[in-house]
Ligand binder design. Structure first.
Ligand code: ADP
Ligand code: ZN
Length: 286
């Protein structure tokens, strides 16, 4: 069996082919430009293989309603040329094989559940803190989707009284993403997140915003594990700060597993998404 995976991000699209052991045999990274130009390169890569199934984890928002006329389309994205683009239909036109279609973060949550930090569990949340903030949810071993996919990066958080920054979210300004994604760190300090010192007081505030979100997720979904990834989480000290802030905010109300086990860094750094895609492909045919 050969499984194709497409992890589509706003800046690059990673395409990979995995065998039945989920070993990646080949992988390419294609810049996300205009859809037609980008897909031509995606086809060029996959045309070399005879795939049994494909899994696509796309930047969103996307239409995941199978009954909808625009099922498989990318919806209202600011990414030029991609709004209302029939991404999945175009892939189906080219390859007549089963295809799994979900968000990039749902795919990453699935990858972490099957082979990463949540291996052996049946539920987890994967949160990425990067250029944006997004979360994927797996419940009972399946990616969770309802009338739409979760958009857990845009929840409200209580503003730190000392934080005067208006927020970067083009829709809500000071939602979680607006206050805590990578660009907001840079806007407040004038320094890119990767260049900020470990003792900068901004990290306590960052940890508090993320911890508030994790508390909301725990109260609403009670997953077995919460996994943190994305560029900003390269700050190794941040996960412990988040645990301490979570403990304080939760004030003992919900009993969770020890926080060192409950809130963890990704087990498949930079690979959860693409492996989640090839694993989702496998789930369709095995
Ligand atoms: P994307 O979200 O675009 O897929 P990333 O997950 O790499 O990409 O996130 C990019 C964001 O993460 C940028 O805002 C960048 O400044 C920030 N970032 C990258 N590395 C670090 C780091 N070591 N510490 C803090 N922030 C970082
Ligand atoms: Zn928002």
């Amino acid at each position: 069996m050969l499984y194709g995976g497409i992890e589509a991000g706003g800046t690059k699209i990673v395409c990979a082919v995995a065998d039945e052991n989920q070993t990646i045999l080949e992988q390419v990274s294609i810049p996300t430009t205009q859809p037609e130009e980008t897909l031509a390169q995606v086809f060029q890569f996959f045309d070399q293989f005879s795939l049994d199934a494909m899994g696509i984890g796309s930047f969103g928002p996307i239409d995941i309603q199978t009954q909808s006329e625009t099922y498989g389309y990318v919806l209202a994205t600011p990414k030029k040329g991609w709004a209302n683009y029939p991404f999945l239909p175009e892939l189906k036109k080219r390859y007549d094989i089963p295809m799994a279609w979900t968000t990039d973060v749902n795919a990453a949550a699935y990858g972490e559940l099957k082979l990463g930090a949540a291996k052996g569990k049946s539920s987890c949340i994967y949160l990425t803190v990067g250029t944006g903030i997004g979360a994927g949810v797996v419940i009972d071993g399946h990616v969770y989707q309802g009338i739409a996919h979760p958009e857990m990066g845009h929840i409200r958080v209580k503003r730190n009284p000392e934080d005067t920054y208006e927020g970067t979210c083009p829709y809500h300004k000071d939602c979680l993403e607006g206050l805590a994604a990578g660009p907001s760190l840079e806007q407040r300090t004038g320094i890119k997140g990767q260049n900020l010192s470990e003792d900068d007081p901004i990290w306590e505030m960052e940890a508090d915003y993320i911890a508030q979100a994790l508390m909301t997720y725990t109260l609403t979904l009670a997953p077995e594990k919460i996994i943190l990834g994305g560029g900003v989480m390269n700050q190794q000290h941040l996960v412990e700060k988040i645990r301490r802030a979570f403990e304080k905010e939760m004030a003992g109300y919900v009993v969770t597993p020890p926080l060192e086990e409950y809130i963890v860094s990704w087990g498949l750094p930079n690979k959860s998404g693409i492996l989640g895609c090839t694993l989702l492909a496998e789930s369709l045919v095995s």
